[in-house]
Design a protein around this ligand. Structure first.
Ligand SMILES: *Cc1c(COP(=O)(O)O)cnc(C)c1O
Length: 397
């Protein structure tokens, strides 16, 4: 009987004890709303924003209710509205086109390359079609960010970065989220810090920061922010910016602050696991490992490989055989959206023409989560199982 993996691909680590203590302190005093502070007290959310801004080297930070809310707020804050177009990745997750739809705008999808990054040639070709790029660093793969910024700067395109999978990553020494005008992060359970739900938005632009804070539902309490511009900036925007409530609360912020202090150590642990998987899978016949560029510091919180140009039935056979041995793989090529693996043609509200290059690559993308509850031995075993099953199906085909 062949070996079976028994771990759970959706089980994250428990919340660290210091974060639990901080959460209990908030529960004990009861001031959960971010603007509900005692005389002289600075709330957990304001502190979280101050600390995350410093950690990322950004001037301003806003904590919000979710990553998707951060994306939509970023679009609103740079003035995207009804019937505008926004460039974005053909390979991403549903909250990204969803944020564009939330402001009444229309996505223009840009192709994905075999490296799973945005196709810069296609981006350059489509640069005239929009004034904003919502760049999703999907599954943590960073494109050549220097080249991307050259293209966007030359075309007058404002870049918003979706860093849901790149919190802690960098390109050529610049942190992910610091190339574009705005960086957005998710603090949802399956991302790099876990508050259940939550989002963070960073920027150096004072008007964007003031608008985002007003949008998130600050009423006229923006003076209680620590990572915000001065009151004179709010004076310019406060009557024109609607309140679309999506604040973070002090309980979530309390849980997040200790986790963010530990981010680099967690990134190192994810990457050890990622390398075990990569070592175990490299050289498997028919399987393409996504090679990571030297300029990229990534966070291996998930792992992708390609079964490029395989017949659908053969890919499905690999998935079934791995599943039977406890290895849960997701396939972006599946014709109907399953769980989180939807594709641009599943988002029918966008009415997008076919993208043949992306279709070919999406049809071959296999994806798996790598929770930190997996040991290095678990990762070696998972790679061993995938290698055996891919080889078996490949040889029989
Ligand atoms: C999770 C995710 C988001 C949005 O985050 P939520 O906090 O779930 O709203 C955005 N983009 C990508 C690529 C994601 O995976």
């Amino acid at each position: 009987m062949s070996e079976i993996f028994s771990g759970s691909f959706t089980q994250q680590e428990p919340i660290p004890e210091d974060a639990i203590e901080a959460a209990l302190a908030v529960l004990r005093h009861g001031r959960l709303h971010r603007y509900n502070v005692a005389a002289g007290e600075v709330g957990e959310v304001a502190l979280l924003e101050q600390e995350f801004a410093a950690q990322m080297g950004a001037r301003y930070c806003l904590a919000v209710a979710s990553g998707g809310y951060a994306l939509a707020t970023a679009l609103r804050a740079v003035g995207v509205g009804h019937s505008d177009t926004v460039l974005t990745n053909a390979f991403t997750l549903a909250p990204v086109p969803g944020s564009i739809a939330a402001v009444g705008a229309k996505p223009v999808f840009v192709d994905v390359t075999e490296n799973l990054t945005i196709d810069l040639e296609d981006l350059a070709a489509k640069a005239g079609q929009a004034k904003v790029l919502m760049l999703s660093h999907m599954r943590g793969h960073l494109c050549d960010m220097d080249r991307l910024m050259e293209i966007c700067d030359a075309a007058g395109i404002t870049v918003i970065e979706d860093c849901a999978h790149t919190m802690g990553a960098s390109w050529n020494g610049v942190k992910s989220g610091r190339h574009g005008a705005i960086g957005c992060y998710s603090c949802q359970t399956y991302k790099h810090v876990n508050a259940g739900e939550g989002g963070l938005l960073i920027t150096d632009d004072e008007e964007i920061a003031a608008r985002a804070i007003m949008l998130s539902g600050s009423y006229m309490l923006y003076g209680r922010h620590l990572a915000a511009p001065g009151p004179e900036v709010f004076e310019r925007v406060k009557y024109e910016t609607p309140n679309i409530s999506g604040r973070m609360d002090n309980l979530r912020a309390a849980i997040l602050r200790p986790q963010l202090r530990n981010l680099d150590a967690q990134v190192a642990r994810w990457n050890e696991r990622y390398r075990k998987l990569e070592d175990g899978l490299r050289g498997t016949p028919g399987l393409t490992v996504v090679e990571r560029p030297a300029a990229e510091v990534y966070v291996g919180s998930s792992f992708q490989f390609l079964l490029l140009d395989w017949a659908e039935g053969a890919v499905q056979a690999v998935l079934d055989r791995c599943a039977a041995r406890g290895v849960e793989l997701k396939w972006f090529g599946v014709p109907e959206p399953v769980a989180f693996t939807s594709r641009y043609d599943s988002w029918r509200y966008t009415q997008t023409p076919r993208l043949p290059q992306s279709d070919r690559i999406l049809a071959g993308i296999i994806d798996m989560r790598v929770p930190l509850t997996f040991s290095l031995e678990d990762c070696a075993q998972i790679a061993h199982i995938i290698r055996a099953e891919v080889s078996a199906v490949y040889q029989s085909g």
